[in-house]
Design a protein. Structure first.
Length: 308
């Protein structure tokens, strides 16, 4: 498989230019995926610099290990979720890092592989786990959550206005017949929506399920906190988010507040403001990049420097 078939890195130059402050530093790519960003970091650092690549998806780890087999003196790759970030850094014998990059969400390879169950356009099991050893699948969520919990999930994580109606329909349907595949679920939702907006609804429902299955917002919050703990003063955090829930969390974190993930009106303060944003407005891909890689269209990059 070619590198571009696996995943085309988004906002590549922008992300890496914000990230690197010292060519001999240590940089953590917390979402190595197919290794697009890591490759660029390797290009920009000196022989003394180090990259630590992390991914919770074993396939991504195997792919990147193979891709970078010639660079083992400079890049170490580990399987693990964000909650293990500090432990992984410590086990690598490193005390503090110069930068952390998080390119959130899933890779093209994960979306395109029907057996992973991420896409409503491809028939596959209702799985959606990034780590195939994770305990809960989308099937479990759809079949075991109460109607009220499903409605909350679709409303808060999918920002779907018809959350309650869709949850109701799922619960009625699952009692008669199971929803085994992505297509079963997609067809049920298609049957309730008229024409134009159906794909938007499908994206929102699939997004909500994916966030729940992989505990994505809580993972992000952990990554930011742990990243802060292991980051040197003057070090940088760069995050590329693909939906507003993640982006809002990152923005709040850099401002010294935490947005709680279910209730948007509940703000959890962090001890003090420790970051300074490196740009005024959120950074979006250029129209050229979006034309080349339509999957970049929802990306929003934020970068900040640790100031205390
Ligand atoms: C958008 S892709 C990254 C692509 C990568 N930057 C590249 O250039 O190929 C996101 C990757 O992050 C991983 N990931 C998402 N959430 C994670 C988490 N909480 N812990 C570890 N890895 C995670 C996914 O498995 C996926 O491989």
């Amino acid at each position: 498989m070619s590198i571009h078939d696996y995943h085309e890195a988004v906002l590549l130059n922008e992300a890496v230019s914000f990230l690197i402050t010292d060519p001999s530093g240590v940089y953590v790519d917390g979402t190595i995926g197919g290794g697009g960003h890591s490759e660029k970091i390797l290009e920009k650092i000196s022989k003394k610099g180090i990259v630590i690549g992390i991914d919770r998806d074993r396939e991504a780890v195997a792919y990147s290990k193979d891709r970078f087999k010639k660079d083992v003196s400079q890049i170490q790759i580990y399987q693990g979720a964000f909650e293990a970030l500090d432990q992984i850094v410590q086990n690598a014998g490193i005390e503090k890092i110069n930068g952390l990059l998080l390119d959130l969400g899933i890779s093209s390879h994960q979306i395109d592989e029907p057996s992973r169950g991420f896409s409503y356009l491809k028939e596959g099991p209702l799985d959606m786990r990034m780590d195939l050893q994770g305990k809960m699948t989308a099937y479990d969520v759809v079949h075991t959550y109460s109607e009220a919990s499903l409605a909350d999930l679709f409303f808060y994580y999918g920002e779907e206005r018809r959350a309650r109606q869709i949850a109701r329909k799922i619960v009625i349907w699952r009692d008669k017949e199971r929803l085994d595949s992505t297509t079963d679920l997609a067809n049920l939702i298609r049957g309730m929506s008229s024409g134009r907006f159906v794909n938007k609804t499908l994206s929102r429902i699939f997004q909500a399920l994916r966030i729940e299955v992989n505990n994505e917002l809580s993972q992000l919050k952990t990554a930011l906190k742990k990243g802060d703990d292991v980051l040197k003063l003057g070090g940088r955090v760069v995050v590329i988010a693909y939906h507003s829930l993640e982006d809002r969390l990152v923005k709040r974190f850099f401002r010294g507040e935490f947005l709680s993930f279910l209730r948007q009106d509940m703000i959890e303060p962090v001890e003090s403001r420790r970051f300074r944003a490196l740009h005024k407005k959120v950074i979006r891909p250029s129209t050229d990049e979006i034309a080349r890689n339509p999957r970049a269209r929802s990306a929003r990059l934020r970068a900040a420097e640790k100031i205390r």
